[in-house]
Every structure is written in structure tokens, then in C-alpha cells.
Design a protein around this ligand. Structure first.
Ligand code: FCB
Length: 442
């Protein structure tokens, strides 16, 4: 069976600044919350830091060559806020702007379409010191940053995303404490989520003014939340899980306010939601970016005895995430059915496995090869069912700093030897090249 993708379907790969750039204290870059967090003993696996990472800040030219070798049509990267505004606002660091300007020109010269994300979790530490995302002033600073970045890179960047996964920024950073800045407060988490969405909404008109020909969107982590059984408690748990992760972000973006069931569940003051905020958050978008990795199956404690009807696969990635390829199709179909976004991109999808360099010098990542095939087949099914899915970005171009997991989890379609900084295209990367070239799966 052959899955042909539509003409013009865009194939790319994604990365994020803190995960690959390194050069944490070079050319005037300011400290970010991930520098502070990773330098705090015990926060990251093996006390790894992004100080050097993939050294992309110095090796970006050869990394663009690698993208060419892979045949990529687009590259999704993020901009480090604290390279451009070391304090988060105020004084601009020209060298930071120059870096991204050269990167964008290098991509364009190589025939690769630049997709930029403004915020992939690396808040300037100076802004965290003034309250971080729970403070409204951080959303104001973000608008200043969006203004400067888009004034300089504007239409050379074909597509802008304001935020990457605000749910993870808020939840992992301010409630669970497993990401920077490592706080554990429900009120902070809720206020952070609102100010992230507000920052997004306020930045949209700025991006449109400075980059009138570019696409503007936002990237969410979205996944199906399934009940383990038909039991009512399980169904409710799944509905709430979906509400907290998906609808809390989708609904306000779609102009529907925060979901009432989740507001009732949290049962906290939301006095920080001011008049006009929800209108700003609902600014029309050109596309929604979907990061998808796994689904969550909910089993309420109160139904411990009920029969489980949904079987979770024992096939898991190194992250412990279930390999469930239909999930990507389910989430896309649901989005298209329930929300009004005009277009979708899979802005991240991929898997961590324990890759090794074989004696032949190659990396035979058979599990990732399968993962890619299966998830792409399901994405194709969604297109066949009418979902306006316009492109796919593999996570990730390179093995990199996987946040709290440090360098212990490898997601790349390209292997990185961190000692020597050698890059080796994995079997999954070779397969991807073939898929991109033929625009189909066989
Ligand atoms: C996503 C992040 C990305 C990467 C993948 C594995 O949640 O956006 O940076 O860590 O997970």
C-alpha cells in the first residue's frame, strides 16, 4: 500500500534553542531559567546542562549542510529570548540578532524554509526574578521581544509560532517542578498559563504587522485522553485530563473562554483574567502546530475493580511513552471536527530509543524507523479523511539536551557524539530522506 501525500506537503525537522545551541555565555547572551535550573544540582539527570549541547551556535553552517543532505524542505528552530534581550526587555543584544539573521539567510540560501518559534521554554532569568510567567509583566515583555525579533527577521521567516507547548511551560515549570523554574504551585501554574496565552494573543498582531506575508500560529502539545473502561468515573477522569491538557489551551484560542468543567475543578480565583484578555487570546491564526507523542489512558482510582476495555500497548519508547500510532490520527480528526483552525502542521513527532553506533559506523534505529512509518501512515489517514494537515516536522533533527533527562534520551534522526560533536545520519534519517523525496510512504 502506498500513501501519497498531497502536492506541496511540507517536510521538515525541528529543534529548540536551549536543546542544541550551547554557547550559553557567549556574545552577550543573558542567563535563562534553564541555565539556572540545569546548574542547580539534582535538577537534571546527571547534572547535565545545555552549556555546550550540540554546539549548534558554532556549527550551524554544517548543520544546514546536514539538513540539505537529508533533503529537508523546512526547519523549525526556536529563538533564545535572552540572546536578543539579555534581561528579557530593554537593551537589545545585536550579536544575538545577527546569529539568527545569519541562520535564516543560510537556510534560505540552502532552499530550506525557516519556521521560527519565539518561545521554547527558555525564559530570561531576569524576567523570572520579576515573577516569571505568573506575572502579567512577562507577557508585556514578550510583546517587546516579538516586536524586535519580527522587525529583524520578518518575512524572511515564512512561519512564526509564538509559543511551544504553553501547557508544559506552565505545568512542568510551575506546578510539577520538574522543569525550570522548578516551582510547585497550582495558583502559579494557572496564572502562568493565562499569561502565556495572553503573551501569544498580544504578539499575533505584532507579528502580522512586521511580517505581513508570514504565517502566524502557536504550537500545542495535544493528545487523546481515553477512558480505560466505560465506567463513569473513568470517563470523567478522561474528560478532565483532556480538559486540563488540551481544552484549557484550545478553547480560549478558539474564542470559547476557559472550559467551565476545568474552572470548576480547579476552583481557584482567576482574578488575573482582565477585561479584554480573552478577546486578545482569540486572535485568528493561520495554523495550529500540533506536537504529538503519545496518548493517556485514564483509570480512576474509584473504578479499580471495573473491567479495563482499552488495552495499553507494552510497546514503549525510552521515555516510557506508549507507542500508539493511531493517536496522531485521532487527535487530528478531533481538532478538525471540534475547532476552527484553518490548517494544521505536525510541528513535533518522534521517539527516544537507546541508539548505538554499530561496528559498521551506522546507527540502525529500527524501532524509530517503524515509529516514523506508522505515525506517518496515520497522519496520512487523517489527510485522506479531510484534515487540512499541511506539513510534518520530525522531532528531532539532532539528538539533544532532553530537558530534565539531559543527554540520556536520544530523539534525533541524526546521532550526535557529544564528545567529538560528530553527527551520523541514523537509518530513520535515511528513511526520512526517501519519504521526503518521494512525498509518499511505501
Ligand atoms: C516536547 C518538547 C521538545 C522535546 C520533545 C521530546 O514536549 O517540545 O522540546 O523535548 O517533547
Amino acid at each position: 500500500m502506498t500513501d501519497h501525500f498531497p502536492d506541496g506537503f511540507l517536510w521538515g525537522a525541528a529543534t529548540a534553542a536551549y536543546q542544541i545551541e550551547g554557547a550559553h555565555d557567549e556574545d552577550g547572551r543573558g542567563e535563562s531559567i534553564w541555565d539556572r535550573f540545569s546548574h542547580t544540582p539534582g535538577k537534571v539527570f546527571g547534572n547535565h546542562t545545555g552549556d555546550r549541547a550540540c554546539d549548534h551556535y558554532h556549527r550551524w553552517r554544517e548543520d544546514i549542510q546536514l539538513m540539505q543532505q537529508l533533503g529537508l524542505q523546512a526547519y523549525r528552530f526556536s529563538i533564545a529570548w535572552s540572546r536578543i534581550l539579555p534581561q528579557g526587555y530593554g537593551k537589545v543584544n545585536q550579536k544575538g540578532l545577527d546569529f539568527y539573521s545569519c541562520l535564516v539567510d543560510g537556510l534560505l540560501d540552502a532552499g530550506i524554509v525557516p519556521y521560527a518559534t519565539l518561545y521554547h521554554w527558555d525564559l530570561p532569568q531576569a524576567l523570572q526574578d520579576r515573577g516569571g510567567w505568573p506575572a502579567r509583566s512577562t507577557a508585556e515583555a514578550f510583546v517587546e521581544y516579538a516586536e524586535i525579533a519580527s522587525q529583524h527577521l520578518g518575512d524572511r521567516v515564512a512561519s512564526w509560532a509564538t509559543l511551544n507547548e504553553p501547557q508544559v511551560s506552565a505545568q512542568a515549570g510551575y506546578l510539577q517542578g520538574r522543569h525550570a523554574p522548578g516551582h510547585t504551585s497550582l495558583d502559579e501554574m494557572m496564572a502562568a498559563s493565562h499569561h502565556l496565552l495572553l503573551a501569544h494573543g498580544w504578539a499575533v498582531p505584532v507579528l502580522r504587522r512586521n511580517a505581513p506575508r508570514a504565517q502566524v500560529g502557536v504550537v500545542l502539545n495535544l493528545q487523546p485522553h481515553t477512558a480505560a473502561s466505560s465506567n463513569e468515573a473513568d470517563q470523567l477522569a478522561a474528560r478532565l485530563g483532556d480538559g486540563m491538557q488540551n481544552r484549557w489551551y484550545l478553547d480560549p484560542l478558539a474564542g470559547r473562554n476557559y472550559p467551565a468543567d476545568v474552572v470548576a475543578h480547579y476552583d481557584r480565583s482567576m482574578a488575573y483574567v482582565l477585561s479584554g484578555d480573552l478577546e486578545a487570546i482569540a486572535a485568528p491564526l493561520d495554523y495550529l502546530g500540533v506536537n504529538h507523542y503519545f496518548r493517556t489512558v485514564h483509570r480512576s482510582e474509584s473504578t479499580a475493580d471495573a473491567e479495563v476495555t482499552v488495552q495499553v500497548s507494552s510497546d514503549k519508547t525510552e521515555m516510557g511513552w506508549e507507542v500508539y500510532p493511531p493517536g496522531i490520527q485521532e487527535i487530528l480528526l478531533r481538532l478538525h471536527r471540534e475547532y476552527p483552525f484553518p490548517a494544521y502542521y505536525i510541528t513535533e513527532n518522534g521517539a527516544a530509543f537507546a541508539d548505538e553506533v554499530s561496528e559498521d559506523g551506522a546507527v540502525h534505529d529500527a524501532q524509530r524507523v517503524n515509529y516514523l512509518r506508522e505515525y506517518l501512515h496515520n497522519a496520512h489517514q487523517a489527510i485522506a479523511a479531510g484534515v487540512p494537515l499541511k506539513g510534518y516536522f520530525a522531532w528531532s533533527l539532532l539528538d539533544n539536551f532532553e530537558w530534565a533527562w539531559g543527554y540520556s534520551r536520544r530523539f534525533g534522526i541524526v546521532y550526535v557524539d557529544y564528545e567529538t560533536q560528530t553527527r551520523i545520519i541514523k537509518d530513520s534519517g535515511r528513511l526520512y530522506t526517501k519519504i521526503v523525496k518521494e512525498n509518499r510512504l511505501k
